[in-house]
Design a protein around this ligand. Structure first.
Ligand code: ADP
Ligand code: MG
Length: 725
């Protein structure tokens, strides 16, 4: 009977790969971007005057006129239909963190009973999906459910292939009819304007005069797990909540460190190759792939791009991983902590600022001038992170990510910056009054008596920091593996824009007083660092000492989403977002509501799933096994056997079973309560009552997993899921 569990007939998929893909036939330079509508194609196909207009919109953010839209729509439709497209969709990023699309066909019936394919500028520019089922956090009462999507011309359109057809995706922003942002893209575009304005203003002081724009750049390293789909379908917890809610660590975990950078299993590599092929076609510049620390864990990373493109591509990358995995009998798990006690998954967000000429403002550079601008811009990032630790923490807060941040894992919930020892020394010197002779050899001279010397290779390695300088960019490592990178980018863009604004104003005030440039610069950097340098930490972020030291420094330590989220709505943050025109007060409030609701909903689903698994799978399996043990004890005695050993096992099972039943009763009770009417009260109930009750159930369930006969156990185990590849 119990042998019918799926976990006993796994991995048929290993032998049955359902894909005709043959990577040897592909030419990556030819296929790269073939499914995206490239600027060159638009340039080729549009009338010259129209192309010029469009380009102004794309590069200089100038408003778009409707004639241009009509012309672009025709080119877009033709291009898509040449690739077999029958439908188009406005592709948008609602606050669920996923993407959404509703397809419309190009077909319009004509009078003669036939049909023609049509697509107008109006349809390109604006769409009106039935928006009532997307979260709006109170911004859009249901009686006025209208929301609209608006074409983002700065982001290339693309086609998506399916076995049976193709459709055109038009990246769009999503807003309420009153113009409030309901999505992740709108604030990202607005925050790009903020950073552009302030960075450009600062850059002028450093002789960077050839730049017309500054934009933020992002490169996202994605970690994920792959498991056989047979196991996935036998685990209601994975199916419902993307993580295992019960299950114990296998004897062979990651202790042997034999997985990291190890050779990639064949089936996995085959999957990666096809997934990457699909990504290349979409123009996602995927660069690296490797095994991660945990068994069954992998990483994929593209080359960085403009933040807006990187954010779109990140969404497509996650979708593609999930889609293609299915063809190989695998399921890609993007959750931050699918397996308790095993390394979690993050998404390192590498972030910098670049001019439209490709000059990286966080590149330490080789000569004094770039060194000076580097010191200014990097100090601005330090200030931004110092002033807004709370927001950075909020930007990565989710029920899933709480199992990484604030748990015994990288990185900690305390936001700090790693600069490396050498740069720390430079900042130290700056604070203590400028020019001292340089400490180490191999330093770059600044050719000035006021500023200290910069090390040639500024970025050393530290994997425990949530926010690290890595040579010519910052790496925000606290981002969760399943989340959209947009909000973290929005926060970074906005807080750095503010820091640049404040520092540039201070610099300009000094210059007005007649202070010489280098002295003025040194003064501004020095005073900024004095206020902010307590955010710099180059030690071990995992250690208990750091928890104490950070508390002494007065740094925030918001261990859970429940504790972190309210920070989003403080006066300081409302002012910040509205001053830089990224989010108005209502938009911030709606986000706070939605994020809190998502936290509550996620834990609520997990808790109900845990209760059900315990009740309908683990308790029955344990009872059956106990029944067998009890029978032997009984019958053994009747024929004079010494059954004391079996009796001990029976007692152990019974004890854990009693514990589980009691714990599950408590969980059930908590699940029946909501804690109140508001999302905040519900979230509090989850945090204070439900999570501990769930953990209690898990404790007994995991004890039973080690006690109950394996052939009675209904759930695939960690060793099976992590080691069958
Ligand atoms: P790591 O050692 O962390 O793997 P890599 O050099 O491989 O570092 O880079 C990791 C990511 O950082 C890649 O996606 C890369 O494209 C990105 N990256 C590099 N330079 C920048 C930059 N200037 N801005 C944003 N991301 C960048
Ligand atoms: Mg990295």
């Amino acid at each position: 009977m119990s042998k019918n569990y799926r976990r006993f007939n796994p991995v048929t998929a290993i032998r049955n790969i359902d894909s005709a893909f043959d990577g040897k036939k592909m030419n990556i330079t030819r296929i790269f971007g073939e499914n995206t509508l490239q600027l060159e194609t638009l340039k080729e196909r549009l009338p010259k005057a129209v192309w010029k207009e469009l380009k102004k919109t794309i590069t200089d953010s100038e408003p778009l006129n409707s004639d241009v839209a009509d012309a672009v729509a025709v080119v877009m439709k033709d291009w898509a239909m040449e690739r077999g497209a029958t439908h188009f969709t406005h592709w948008f990023q609602p606050l669920t963190g996923y993407t959404a699309e509703k397809h419309d066909s190009f077909i319009t019936p004509n009078k003669g009973g036939g049909a023609i394919a049509e697509f107008s500028g109006k349809e390109l520019i604006q769409g009106e999906p039935d928006a009532s089922s997307f979260p709006s956090g109170g911004l859009r009462p249901t009686f006025e459910a209208r929301g609209y999507t608006a074409w983002d011309p700065t982001s290339p359109a693309f086609v998506v292939d399916n076995e049976n057809g193709t459709y055109l995706c038009i990246p769009t922003a999503f807003a309420s009819w009153t113009g409030e942002a309901l999505d992740h893209k709108t604030p990202l575009l607005r925050s790009n304007e903020a950073i552009n304005k302030q960075a450009l203003r600062a850059a002028r002081h450093f002789g960077i005069t050839n730049a017309k724009r500054v934009y933020s750049t992002a490169g996202c390293e994605q970690e994920y797990f792959l498991i056989d789909q047979e196991f996935y379908y036998s685990r209601p917890d994975l199916m419902q909540s993307n993580r295992t809610l019960v299950g114990g660590v296998p004897p062979r975990g990651q202790e042997l460190s034999d997985h990291y950078f190890g050779s990639i299993p064949d089936r996995v590599l085959a999957f990666m190759m096809e997934a990457e092929y699909e990504m290349y076609r979409l123009g996602i510049p995927v660069k690296t792939r490797h095994n991660e620390v945990a068994p069954g864990q992998y990483e994929i990373a593209p080359i960085f791009e403009k933040a807006n493109h990187a954010a779109d591509h990140q969404q497509l990358l996650m979708i593609t991983l999930k889609k293609v995995a299915r063809k190989y009998g695998l399921v890609a798990l993007l959750h931050e902590k699918p397996f308790a006690g095993v390394n979690g998954s993050g998404k390192h967000l590498n972030w910098s600022m670049s001019t439209d000429r490709g000059f990286n403002l966080l590149e330490p550079g080789e000569d004094p001038h770039t060194n000076m601008s580097f010191l200014f811009f990097s100090t601005a990032v330090i200030k931004a992170v110092h002033d807004h630790q709370d927001l950075l923490r909020v930007a990565v807060a989710s029920a899933g990510n709480d199992h990484r941040l604030g748990a015994n894992e990288a990185p900690p919930a305390i936001i700090s910056i790693f600069t490396g020892e050498q740069l720390a020394d430079v900042y130290e010197q700056l604070q203590n009054g400028g020019a001292k002779s340089s400490k180490k050899g191999g330093l770059l001279g600044l050719g000035t008596p006021v500023l200290p010397h910069l090390p040639k290779h500024a970025g050393d390695r530290n994997r425990t920091s949530p926010f690290a300088f890595t040579g010519n960019k910052f790496e925000f490592r606290a981002v969760g593996s399943s989340q959209s990178v947009s909000f973290p980018i929005v926060v970074l863009n906005t807080i750095v824009a503010e820091a640049l604004d404040i520092m540039t104003t201070a610099l300009e005030n000094e210059l007005e007083k007649g202070t010489e440039f280098e002295a003025a610069l040194a003064k501004v950097i020095k005073s900024t660092l004095k206020e902010s340098s307590k955010i710099i930490f180059n030690g071990d972020g995992y250690s208990d000492d750091w928890q104490k030291e950070a508390a002494k420094r007065g740094l925030l330590n918001l261990k859970s989403t429940y504790e972190a989220l309210p920070q989003l709505g403080t006066d300081k943050n409302l002012k910040l977002f509205s001053k830089y025109e990224v989010l108005n007060d209502k938009e911030v409030a709606s986000r706070l509501e939605i994020f809190t609701e998502q936290y509550f909903l996620n834990i609520n689903i997990e808790a109900e799933t845990t209760e059900k698994i315990a009740r309908t799978m683990i308790i029955p399996a344990s009872v059956r096994y106990l029944n067998e043990l009890a029978a032997i004890v009984d019958r053994g005695k009747s024929i004079g056997l010494d059954v004391s050993g079996t009796k001990t096992v029976a007692e152990e099972v019974n004890q854990a079973l009693n514990g589980l039943i009691a714990a599950n009763a408590e969980l059930s009770k908590q699940n029946h309560e909501l804690g109140g009417e508001s999302v905040v009260e519900k979230a509090e109930h989850m945090f204070v009552n439900v999570l501990p009750a769930m953990n209690d159930v898990r404790k007994y369930a995991d004890q039973l997993e080690h006690l109950v006969a394996d052939d009675y156990w209904p759930l695939p185990t960690y060793s099976e899921m992590l080691f069958v590849r």
